[in-house]
Structures are given as C-alpha cells and as structure tokens.
Design a protein around this ligand. Structure first.
Ligand code: G
Ligand code: G
Ligand code: MN
Ligand code: NA
Length: 249
C-alpha cells in the first residue's frame, strides 16, 4: 500500500525516468533504435526496476498512467534524437497484458507520435510473453497497429507461456529472443541450436529477430553468422537516459 501511494506520487512528480537501451542493426553495425525501459527513482530506496513495480502497477491499474508516461517520454526522446542528428531511430515500448485490455491504447500511442511529429514507423510495441495473453485481443491490437504503420514485437520469446501454438495467426513483426538463450549459446550446443531454430522460424514467418543479452563480441559474431537482424545487450549498450545519450555523442 505504501509503495502504491509512493508510485502515485512519483507519477505526479518527476519520480519516473526513461532508460533507453540501444539495438544494433547487425548487418550495418550501427544503432537502429532503442528499447524504452522505465525506471522509478524511489526517494529512499533509489532506482527500482520495473520488474518490481510493474506487477504492482498492474494490480492497481496504475500501469495505465505509467504506460502513458513511458509513451510520452519515448516519443519525446526519439524526436530529440532526430533533432540532434542521430538519424531516425525507432523506439520500442513495452506493453503489459493489462494495458492491452485498456481501450484506446493504440489510438493514444498514435496521438502521441503525431504530437511529437514522429513517423509512425519509428514506434514499436513489445508485448511480453511473461503472462497469459488474450490472443484475440493481441490479434486486434496487432491489426490496429499495422493499420497505423506500427510494428509489434513478441518479447521474452521462448520463456514463460508458450505462444508457439498461436504464432501462425498472430502477425508479429519481431520476435525478441530472451537472454536466457544467448547466455548459454556458446557453451551449450543445444542452446545454440535453439537460437538457430528461432532465427529460421523468424525468417519463415517474415519476422525480424532481436537477440537480447548480447554481452560479448563472440556472441555478436554468432548473430552475424546466423543472419539475425538486431542485437541488444550490454555489449551494444546499457540503458541510458536521453541526456546521457545526447551528451555522449
Ligand atoms: O530494465 P529491466 O531489466 O529492469 O526491466 C525489467 C522488465 O520490466 C523487463 O522485462 C521489461 O519488459 C519490463 N518493463 C520495462 N519498462 C516497462 C514499461 O514501460 N512498461 C511495462 N509494462 N513493462 C516494462
Ligand atoms: O524483459 P525485457 O527483455 O524487456 O527486459 C530486459 C532487461 O534485461 C532489462 O532490465 C535490461 O536492463 C536487462 N538487460 C539488457 N541487456 C542485458 C544484458 O546484456 N545482460 C543482462 N544480464 N541483462 C540485460
Ligand atoms: Mn522488452
Ligand atoms: Na526480454
């Protein structure tokens, strides 16, 4: 309860921050976009991971204003990066199962992108596999997004609930391979086989593949060899604030 009221205060004030973690276009060897990762700077406890407070936010419906904060900040961040000459990166925003059921989600995202004068193609949604999803709803959100030129990624692919049975009728544009697979792929041939198979699956479904948790050049080399489009992980970069990215350039 205390955490809940503190999160409400953070929403009202300036307690939330947006981390941006780069995704590398493996072929071109350049940053193509960012994943938006919300951070809560707690007054006493310091930064709290969304892994801790997103669940709380979902139980209390605070996930809706949290999601709006993230979309606003993400759109503003891309607009600022474009203005600063960082090309035209995309930004991928995480959406939880609870948010999917909230009417007007896609319309709100589109309105925010338009307000920031962003091309719709610079936005992606990441739907996580970590909870049971209403597949009919997911299908509707995907169609709505496609109608607006927004791509949709299936996050944490290969963990948690199995969406494999639904993949043939859910038109995901991107599959994000969980870091559990990349962590073991060089040491364990079976983990490598799984990553290879997912890359082939992506190709067969015309979906882009992002492999997460890339921490070493050897892991990145594997992705290059497999023809995987995007790499994400500490080797490419940790999540940083917009100001840090702008200052580093
Ligand atoms: O950055 P970190 O590893 O702490 O993120 C933990 C988890 O929180 C990730 O799985 C990510 O998908 C989720 N997450 C990060 N930002 C958001 C957000 O803005 N909304 C939702 N719903 N989940 C998020
Ligand atoms: O669930 P999702 O994949 O959206 O969240 C990604 C989480 O993984 C973030 O909290 C982020 O900080 C973390 N992360 C990102 N890259 C790496 C990495 O290379 N190694 C590890 N161990 N964690 C990472
Ligand atoms: Mn994600
Ligand atoms: Na993930």
């Amino acid at each position: 309860i205390r955490l809940e009221s503190q999160l409400r205060e953070a929403l009202a004030g300036r307690g939330l921050e947006l981390g941006l973690q780069p995704l590398l276009d493996v072929d071109r060897n350049q940053v193509a976009g960012y994943e938006a990762l919300v951070r809560w700077n707690h007054p006493e406890r310091g930064p709290i991971s969304p892994a801790e407070f997103v669940a709380l936010a979902e139980e209390t419906s605070l996930i809706v204003p949290v999601g709006e904060y993230v979309m606003d900040a993400a759109c503003e961040a891309v607009a600022a990066l474009v203005r600063a000459g960082h090309g035209s990166p995309f930004v991928a925003v995480n959406v939880s199962a609870r948010q999917l059921g909230h009417p007007g989600l896609v319309e709100r995202i589109v309105a925010r992108a338009d307000a920031a004068r962003l091309p719709r193609g610079s936005l992606k949604l990441e739907i996580t596999e970590s909870q049971a999803l209403d597949y009919t709803l997911v299908g509707e959100v995907i169609s709505l997004c496609h109608g607006h030129g927004i791509k949709v990624a299936l996050d944490d692919f290969g963990t948690g609930y199995s969406h494999l049975a639904h993949l043939h009728r859910l038109d995901f544009d991107v599959l994000k391979v969980d870091q559990a697979f990349s962590r073991h792929m060089l040491a364990d041939p079976r983990a490598m086989s799984v990553v290879e198979a997912i890359v082939q699956l992506g190709r067969a479904l015309s979906a882009e593949i992002v492999v997460e948790g890339i921490e070493t050049p050897a892991q990145l080399e594997v992705l290059r060899r497999l023809g995987c489009q995007f790499a994400q992980g500490y080797l490419i970069g940790r999540p940083r604030l917009l100001q840090e990215i702008l200052a580093a350039a």
